[in-house]
Structures are given as structure tokens and as C-alpha cells.
Write a protein that binds this ligand. Structure first.
Ligand code: X2X
Length: 336
């Protein structure tokens, strides 16, 4: 081979390599994923798991970069949905509570004492009501992909054991930024105050609030007992599912195969996280008790007193959520 021939080969090879790398980098994509809690919690782990699966299946072509602690919305978790809709956030693993100001149908899960246990949650999310909720999200410009779980929310406070609505009388309770919570805790005679999770921890530490409500995993990982929350009531008054979702334009920009892959990996990550969250609960409760927290469980009669006290919340909120969705959820639970 002559020198000039060799040079030509070499040039062609170089050009080929350059082409290959530009086409690879043209396809390589980084998408942001917003979460409220970090990977110290199951919620953040759900997002990290999704990112790992996407990295694997796309062979590194698509990178999901997780931004925890609501940092993409400066700590204001109730703005996450709007930020995803507007394109400030590409993807999110978000809470039904935090998105409910923009998607009223999501208040279905916050109706007090409506969805009693894990199998009821699965019946609702996996049934007709779950589809209706996903349609409601989609009609507001966000593409829902899969379910996860923050968990059943339990009540803690620094004052004393709570086993009846009267025990909540006048207690200042930090609630999430959704009006339904304001109504539930007012109906129970407490003094609810809305604030973000970012603001909740200092408020608990300084004693600006007496109590809060969160799943056992959050109570445990954030060591809520160490900021004086020594009394915990297990009342399963509502479950907070998580939803994996995407901005509409980001979704439309992906080809069919990548959409399929993103949806499948979200479902896998969600199922993995739901199972883990539930499996870990007994051990978390044991650890919490071992740290000296006073845990109250309710008898059927005590439970009923809370149900009765919050009936008016249902009357006010069922029409806002949509009678059809609430009925569909009830039907799925009854059919278990
Ligand atoms: O703010 C909370 O309580 C939290 C972390 O559970 C949610 O984002 C709903």
C-alpha cells in the first residue's frame, strides 16, 4: 500500500470515528428527575433505581440525574408539578399530596380513613380509579408512568399520647401544603399549619409546632424522635403513593423504544420500592420503639371516633375529587 493510500485509509477511519462519536453524543441525553426526599429514604432510592435501570437499558445513552430535596423548586414541593409541566423539570418521582394543588383528583388518597391498608391501596392504584387519576394528570400536561409509595402516614407529637380526637385539641400540627389537610386537622380540633418539608424540620426542632404526620420510613430516617417527637400514633389515616412522571414535550421528543424503556423501568423501580418500603416497616417500627418513642395503636372503637370526626371532610372533598373517581376506588376496594 502506498503512503497516500494508507493516509487515505487513516483519514477515512478518523472521519468514521468522528462521525460515530458525534452521532453518539447527539443521541446522548441527560434528563433531570426531581424528588422531595434524598436516597437516604425509599423515595429517593426509587428515583436512583430508575436512573440505574435506564443507564443499563440504554447502555449509557440516557442519563437520569436525580435532584433531591426539592432543590429544582427551591424547596417548595407544591410547585414541583407546575415546574414539570412548564419544562423546568424533565421527570419527577413525586407525591400525590404535593401535586394535589394542581391535580385535585389526587386528593383521593388524602381522604381521611378512606383507604385502610396496603391491599386497598393496590386495588385503587391498579384499578379504574388509578387510571382515572392518571388521565387527570395527563389532561394537565404531564405524562404519568408508574406508581411508587411514600407510605401510610402516622401522627407524631411532643406533648403526649394521642388516642382520641380530643387529644389533638389545640395542638399545632405541621401539615403539607394541601388544603385538605388543613380541613382534616381542623375537624379534629387541632391547629394545623402548612409548611414545606424543608421548613418542617426546624419548626419541629424549635417547638414552633407540636406535631407532624409522615410515614414510618420518614420518621425513622429523619430521626424525628430526636427533635422531641416522642409520641407516635399508628392510625393509617391515609397513604401517600408516589408517581413517576414526565414533562409532555420531553416525552414527545423520545422515540417509541425509549418511551417504552422509560415506562418499563419506572414500573420496575416503583414495584421494587413499594415492596421494600412495606417490608422494612416492621423493623423500622421496632427501631423507633427501641429509641424510646411511645407508640399508640388504636382499638376499633378509638379508630371509629376519628372516622366520625372527619366525616365532614369527605362531604366537602368528594365533589372536588370527583364522585366517579371516589366510587370507582370504593368499588375496587369492595371487590378485593
Ligand atoms: O413533606 C412531607 O411531609 C413529605 C416529605 O412526606 C412529602 O413530601 C409529602
Amino acid at each position: 500500500m502506498t503512503l497516500s493510500r494508507r493516509l487515505t485509509h487513516f483519514t477515512v477511519a478518523l472521519a468514521g470515528a468522528a462521525l460515530l462519536s458525534t452521532s453518539l453524543s447527539a443521541q446522548a441525553r441527560e434528563l433531570s428527575v426531581s424528588t422531595v426526599l434524598s436516597d437516604a429514604f425509599p423515595w429517593g432510592q426509587a428515583a436512583e433505581r430508575w436512573a440505574e435501570l435506564v443507564e443499563e437499558r440504554s447502555e449509557g445513552r440516557i442519563t437520569l440525574r436525580v435532584y433531591p430535596n426539592s432543590q429544582l423548586v427551591s424547596g417548595d414541593q407544591t410547585r414541583e408539578f407546575s415546574a414539570m409541566r412548564s419544562g423546568l423539570i424533565d421527570l419527577a418521582v413525586g407525591s400525590t399530596i404535593n401535586w394535589s394543588p394542581q391535580v385535585p383528583e389526587l386528593n383521593l388518597f388524602s381522604l381521611p380513613f378512606f383507604i385502610p391498608d396496603e391491599s386497598a391501596v393496590d386495588a385503587v392504584t391498579g384499578g379504574e380509579a388509578g387510571k382515572m387519576v392518571f388521565d387527570a394528570i395527563e389532561s394537565r400536561g404531564v405524562v404519568p408512568l408508574a406508581w411508587g409509595e411514600n407510605g401510610f402516614r402516622q401522627l407524631s407529637n411532643s406533648r403526649g399520647p394521642i388516642s382520641a380526637p380530643e387529644d389533638l385539641d389545640g395542638l399545632r400540627i405541621r401539615v403539607v401544603g394541601s388544603p385538605l389537610f388543613q380541613d382534616t386537622f381542623s375537624a379534629l380540633g387541632a391547629d394545623p399549619t402548612q409548611m414545606s418539608w424543608t421548613d418542617a424540620q426546624p419548626a419541629l426542632t424549635t417547638g414552633a409546632v407540636d406535631g407532624q404526620e409522615n410515614p414510618l420510613s420518614v420518621f425513622d430516617v429523619a430521626r424525628i424522635d430526636q427533635v422531641g417527637q416522642e409520641y407516635l400514633t399508628l392510625w393509617n389515616y391515609m397513604n401517600d403513593p408516589l408517581i413517576f412522571a414526565a414533562n409532555e414535550r420531553v416525552w414527545a421528543s423520545l422515540d417509541e423504544a425509549d418511551r417504552e424503556m422509560l415506562r418499563e423501568t419506572a414500573i420496575e423501580a416503583g414495584e421494587w420500592e413499594i415492596a421494600m418500603t412495606r417490608e422494612e416497616e416492621p423493623e423500622r417500627l421496632a427501631d423507633i420503639e427501641a429509641r424510646g418513642v411511645n407508640v399508640t395503636e388504636l382499638s376499633d372503637e378509638q379508630h371509629q371516633a376519628f372516622v366520625d370526626a372527619t366525616q365532614a371532610v369527605h362531604e366537602k372533598w368528594v365533589p372536588r375529587i370527583g364522585e366517579a373517581i371516589v366510587e370507582a376506588a370504593q368499588a375496587s376496594m369492595d371487590a378485593r
